[in-house]
Design a binder for this molecule. Structure first.
Ligand SMILES: C[S@@+](CC[C@H](N)C(=O)[O-])C[C@H]1O[C@@H](n2cnc3c(N)ncnc32)[C@H](O)[C@@H]1O
Length: 301
């Protein structure tokens, strides 16, 4: 197939997927935060352990979570990550979301998750088990609001570590979210956000990972629905963090487009993505540190 024909084929197929995603959202609302089926508990454990390992890879060397207050943005269907932070000695974990996907999670799942995570001191693990089974505990909090007003949902608290996974790419206004999280960041706070930049619809994602970038903004936004990927790129996020005063804001790519799809994936993109640097990055982590005297990760109180 010639490159022109392939572009045309992928553009038309991608339009179909944009329409499908829009239709699914209209029919069912925001229901499936990740690819793991709700009933697949083993899959859910594996997914959370994998995310937790990724987040830890991006933490400062020698970090110590003991005594730290952790905020997770948009945990989706599980607060299991919070259980793992508490098991490693974090003082508290609070999660906030726009959709209530984790509110009815069975706390027995947290025990199952901890059984598969052999780390942490005995006393911290026992404290974690107690906290996640106690309703309305400030140390294991959860707040939901359709306005996604981060300071309000954080309830006057501030944090030493702010994390998210597969969330930022869904925010309607990432700069506003970054301004909001900055207001609840303590001096020395560390931010780690795993961001998936590629097309989300399954079939086409494997064949044309940059498909969402093929459409001019008005056409893409014609299919707008809550949670539609916002098409921000790493430099957009880094700029917004830097503008809010975060130091060392950087995006570390984890995966890039497979060499056999590389050329075809960068061809036929719409402005402003055509010819833009870094368009072969599929996902990665955005990290930054809020300036100030805190954040001495090796010496938590
Ligand atoms: C793909 S899920 C990821 C959930 C979880 N972190 C995970 O890895 O499974 C995206 C998350 O972003 C939230 N979200 C979707 N659209 C949003 C929006 N426009 N503003 C704020 N949060 C949104 C969802 O409620 C969900 O928690």
């Amino acid at each position: 197939m010639t490159p022109v024909l392939r572009n045309l084929e992928m553009t038309l197929l991608g339009l179909g997927f944009l329409g499908l995603a829009w239709g699914k959202s209209k029919l069912h609302g925001y229901t499936t935060p990740n690819r793991v089926a709700a009933a697949d508990l083993e899959g859910k454990v594996a997914y959370l352990l994998d995310i937790f390992a990724s987040l830890r890879r991006f933490m400062p060397p020698g970090f110590d979570l003991r005594g730290r207050d952790v905020l997770e943005l948009s945990p989706g269907s599980s607060r299991g990550i919070g259980m793992l932070f508490l098991a490693l000695g974090a003082r508290s974990y609070h999660a906030i979301d726009m959709f209530d996907l984790a509110g009815s999670e069975d706390p027995a799942f947290y025990d199952k998750l901890l059984d598969r995570f052999p780390e942490g001191r005995k006393a911290d693990r026992e404290r974690a088990r107690t906290l996640v089974h106690t309703a309305d505990k400030r140390e294991f909090g959860y707040a939901v609001g359709r306005d996604f007003d981060i300071p309000r949902l954080a309830g006057q608290r501030s944090f030493d570590l702010i994390i998210s996974c597969a969330a930022f790419e869904h925010y309607d206004d990432p700069a506003q979210a970054i301004a909001g999280l900055t207001r609840v960041a303590r001096p020395g706070c560390q931010s780690i956000h795993i961001i998936d930049l590629q097309t989300h619809s399954r079939w086409i994602r494997e064949r044309d990972p940059n498909n969402i970038y093929r459409y001019p903004e008005p056409l893409y936004r014609f299919f707008r629905f809550p949670g539609q990927p916002n098409r921000h790129r790493p430099d957009d996020y880094v700029r917004s963090f830097a503008a809010e005063g975060w130091s060392d804001a950087r995006f570390m790519p984890s995966r890039t487009i497979d060499p056999c799809l590389h050329e075809a994936s960068l061809r036929g993109l719409a402005r402003p993505f055509a010819g833009k640097n870094g368009m072969s990055i599929l996902d990665g982590a955005l990290t930054g540190r809020y300036p100030g005297p805190g954040g001495d990760w090796g010496m938590a109180s």
